[in-house]
Ligand binder design. Structure first.
Ligand code: ZN
Length: 97
């Protein structure tokens, strides 16, 4: 069978322990943090388009909310920054030393 990994670069950027991270986010946020109605099934990055996979940078969301958020973020990113692949350096929290 052919492996068709080429359609999304997103998945390849996820860390190897993503399944564990995802399970912990959903365990912490059993209810979707956007609608607070449906159960969480996805660990979503609170701030769009980051590679920050810490638990505090993630929230549990349901599938419909995630789809809406992702498409809104993609549209906003395209409008704000037409050149893809640009990344901000990570910010260090002044209170964390
Ligand atoms: Zn939701």
């Amino acid at each position: 069978m052919a492996h068709n990994w080429g359609t999304s670069s997103r998945a390849s950027r996820l860390p190897g322990n993503w399944k564990t991270i995802r399970a912990r986010v959903i365990a912490r946020d059993p209810l979707c943090q956007i609608c607070r109605v449906r159960p969480s099934v996805i660990a979503d990055h609170i701030e769009a388009m980051t590679d920050d996979h810490r638990l505090e940078a993630l929230q549990g969301v349901c599938e419909p909310c995630h789809r809406l958020k992702t498409s809104a973020e993609a549209n906003a990113a395209r409008a704000a920054n037409p050149s893809p692949g640009r990344r901000r350096p990570p910010e260090t929290h002044p209170g964390l030393r």
